[in-house]
Structures are given as C-alpha cells and as structure tokens.
Design a protein. Structure first.
Length: 248
C-alpha cells in the first residue's frame, strides 16, 4: 500500500472516530485532555477531536424509576411495605457526569433512603389518606439532595401500601362497625320521623271524628278488595246513637 493510501485510511479512521451524531434529547459532555469543557455539545452532527477530546453522552429525557417495596415502620409502630415511583431528569449534563459516578444509581438510593425516613414519621392513617402530601414532601427532600448532581426530581408518587394481614382484618372489622353504626343511626332517624308523623295524624283524627270514621271505612274497603270473604265488624256507638236519635 502506498503512502497516500495509508494517509487516506488514517484520515477515514480519524473521521469515523471524531464525528459524532447527537439526538435531540442528548447532550455531549466533552473532556479535552482530561479537562472538562464548559459547554456540552448540542444535538446534530458534531466533531470531537480524537484522541484529544472524549465525549460522554447524557440523556435529558425524564426517567421513571420504580422504587422497590420498602419496609417502613410508621410513627404508630405499624410495619408496612411501601412502593413508590420517582420521576427525574438531568438539567445540568456537566454536573451529572462530574459530581457523581452514576446519577441513576445515586438518585435511586437517595429515593429509597428518603422514603423510609419521611414515611417513618407519618401515622398509618396519614400514609393511607394523604399520599399526595407525602409525595410532595418526598419530592422536595430528594430534589434538595440531587440538585448538586444536576438532577431535577419532578414528582414522587406513593404507588402502593401493603398492610399486614392482621391489620387488614382489623381495618375491615372497623369499617363494618362504622357501616352498622351509620345504618342504626339512619334507622333510628326514620323511626323518630315516623313517630312524629303518626302523632300528628292521631291528633288530627282526634280533633275530627268524621275523619276517623272515613279512615275506618277506607280500611274496610282495602281489606275487602284483597280477600273475597265475609267481614263482620262492629258499628261505632256514635253511629248507633245518631240513628236512634234520627228515628225518634
């Protein structure tokens, strides 16, 4: 191979090693002879002078990290397993490479530690009913610790809380007792309202004897309509007196 051919081969090799293509969501952190360049490379076709420069690719997309179930002892001494999800992304590519060895692993460990710490200071009722508030607290604390790494934590969501079987049975009994209590209160309220209505009706019938007689006849009509049978009923004394007076 001639010298020109060797030069062409070396030139092609150098171009292949030096030309980089960065996607829209990627940034290239450049080290020149070991020193960090102040500005990362943006997306597109970029030239990295090999072997003087070296590049580390960093993704700016949001990472969804599932925190494995953690054993948490709440403030009222109940042991539960809590699972959460952390959403974070890189906002400073240079710091994410220089300040921490592996920002993904570091953020994951920080999230697990903070989860046990924050939720351990909450009562079980708060953990079950105030997940959004606790998630906001977790997001704020984790973000403070990951900020020096150039990582922004945007959201932490408490996904699941697994209770022991004994606690689940106790909560089920408590819920059943609450339902029975509400049912008895509603039934008692209905009985009270019905008694008030009956009292008013009795007072009205007592004031109007004719209304009492009409109600009596209506009841007899209803009984006769239900069963085809002979009904013997006493005649009210008032009616008898009225008839006797009329005959005289």
């Amino acid at each position: 191979m001639s010298e020109i051919g060797i030069v062409v081969v070396l030139a092609v090799f150098w171009l292949v090693a030096s030309v980089k293509i960065l996607r829209e969501y990627e940034r290239g952190v450049i080290f020149r002879l070991g020193s960090l360049r102040p500005e990362p490379l943006g997306p597109g076709l970029r030239l990295v002078v090999w072997p003087i420069d070296s590049m580390v690719r960093v993704s700016l997309r949001t990472v969804v990290h599932d925190i494995p179930p953690q054993d948490v002892i709440t403030k009222d001494n109940v042991t539960v397993k809590v699972n959460a999800v952390v959403y974070f992304r890189v906002v400073d590519p240079n710091r994410s490479v220089v300040q921490v060895e592996n920002y993904l692993y570091a953020t994951s460990q920080e999230a697990q530690t903070t989860l046990r710490s924050i939720l351990g200071n909450a009562h079980l009722d708060e953990l079950l009913s105030e997940r959004e508030r606790l998630g906001a607290m977790l997001q704020e604390v984790i973000d403070q610790h990951t900020d020096p790494w150039g990582v922004k934590v945007t959201q932490v969501a408490v996904k699941a809380v697994d209770l022991p079987q004994e606690m689940q049975r106790a909560m089920a009994r408590q819920a059943e007792s609450e339902r029975e209590k509400r049912a008895k209160i509603i039934h008692a309220s209905g009985e009270l309202e019905a008694s008030k209505q009956l009292t008013e009706a009795a007072e009205m019938l007592n004031r109007e004897p004719v209304a009492l007689h009409l109600r009596y006849l209506q009841t007899l009509t209803e009984i006769a309509a239900e069963k085809n049978s002979t009904i013997i009923f006493p005649v009210p004394i008032d009616w008898v007196k009225a008839l006797m007076t009329k005959d005289r």
